[in-house]
Every structure is written in structure tokens, then in C-alpha cells.
Design a binder for this molecule. Structure first.
Ligand code: VGL
Ligand code: ZN
Length: 209
């Protein structure tokens, strides 16, 4: 068993981020068996779902923009994504092989039509909390292990926010995959996570986290 003050955060293991999905992460489904194998060792497991309304601000279709470009919206540089993880759609469901039994709490993010959210802790205005911080601290959690999709977006922003909030923060290196938009972004964000104090850990070592 993992120490009781360490929670597992499973980020966005949803159909749209897996091969065949609207915003497919290369080999995104490969994280599923790894996550299924480690989740039962944790006393507390939280899963997030990207959960966008129709016409969400991150959808290129709303702006008539090209996918993968960026649009400045107020203070936020918003990447233009294909329509994905629309609330209640099959693409927004968890990958069918993800074992839901160990999951204690599901956090929905990106639910406001005019505001995106990559981090499980704060929306992209860096101010609006999802409430996850208070859930974890209220339970005496001081350390998190993060896995899921995508390394260079939701995993990256969740991990760097977790460090900023004072959690000892691990990313499970073989239980994440990235989109790499723009090219080189996975390498850059892994470098930046390490520089911020995130510990990269293979799943075989999670029991020692
Ligand atoms: C994500 C792009 C857009 C993610 C979510 O889960 O990393 N990436 N929405
Ligand atoms: Zn999204």
C-alpha cells in the first residue's frame, strides 16, 4: 500500500484522448493497464474528466480557426482544439477499460463555456478553483501521484499547480502520454515540471511514494 497521505490523480483518461478519439493522444490508451495496476494501492483516488459544453471557447470550430493555432483571448493564449469531451457525449466517457472501482471522486473541468481548464486545481484564469485542493487538504493528503493524459497539457498544469499548492508531487512516468502540440512540447514540459520540483517516478516505484 501507498502511504495514506498520498492520493492518486487520474487525469482525463477519456475516449476522445485515446486512439480513434477527437483529440487523440498517440498511445493514450497505453496508460490504462498501468493505472489499473497501481490504483488499488492508493487509499484515495481522484479522477478528472474534461467536460466541455457545446461551443466551448477552446474549440477551433467556434472561432473558425485552424486546429493547433493559438488565439489570444483577454489575458489567456488559448490553443485551438478540435471539438472534444463534449458533456454527455461518448467521447467524454472514461476509456472503457479504465477500472472505475477504485475512484473516490470525479472532478469535471472546463465546464464553463468561456473558460478552459487544463489543471485539476484551477481553471485557466489561474484563479477559479475546482475545489480539489480543499478536498485533498481536508482529508490530510499532502502528496499526490499524477497519471493520465495529456503529459504536456492537463498533466503538466495539474502537476505544477500541485507543487505551487505545497503538495509533494510525483508524475508516474509510464502512466502518462502527451499530444506534443507544438512539436517538442512533451520534452519541454517534462523539463519544466522537473525544474518546478515535480518528481518523475516509474509505476514500479509508486509504492514508495
Ligand atoms: C487536454 C487539450 C485540451 C488534456 C484537454 O486533457 O490534456 N488537452 N483539453
Ligand atoms: Zn479540453
Amino acid at each position: 500500500m501507498v502511504a495514506s497521505e498520498t492520493a492518486l490523480l487520474i487525469i482525463d483518461v477519456q475516449n476522445d484522448f485515446c486512439p480513434g478519439g477527437a483529440l487523440a493522444v498517440p498511445d493514450g490508451d497505453m496508460v490504462v493497464p498501468v493505472i489499473n495496476s497501481i490504483a488499488p494501492s492508493f487509499g484515495r483516488v481522484v479522477a478528472t474528466r474534461d467536460w466541455h459544453p457545446v461551443g466551448h471557447i477552446s474549440f477551433a470550430s467556434r472561432h473558425g480557426s485552424e486546429i493547433g493555432t493559438t488565439t489570444q483571448i483577454g489575458e489567456i493564449e488559448q490553443v485551438m482544439w478540435p471539438d472534444h469531451c463534449v458533456q454527455g457525449s461518448p467521447g467524454a466517457e472514461f476509456h472503457p477499460d479504465l477500472d472505475p472501482r477504485p475512484i473516490d471522486l470525479i472532478v469535471h473541468k472546463g465546464v464553463r463555456v468561456d473558460l478552459d481548464s487544463y489543471s485539476a486545481f484551477f481553471e485557466n484564469d489561474a484563479r477559479t478553483p475546482t475545489g480539489l485542493q480543499y478536498y485533498l487538504t481536508g482529508l490530510g493528503i499532502t502528496s499526490v501521484c499524477i497519471c493520465g493524459l495529456a503529459t504536456d497539457y492537463c498533466v503538466f498544469f495539474t502537476a505544477t499547480d500541485a507543487v505551487r499548492l505545497g503538495f509533494t508531487t510525483h508524475v508516474v512516468s509510464d502512466a502518462v502520454r502527451g499530444v506534443d502540440v507544438p512539436a517538442g512540447n512533451i520534452e519541454k514540459t517534462i523539463h519544466d515540471m522537473k525544474a518546478a520540483g515535480v518528481i518523475l517516478l516509474p509505476s514500479a516505484d509508486v509504492a514508495n511514494a
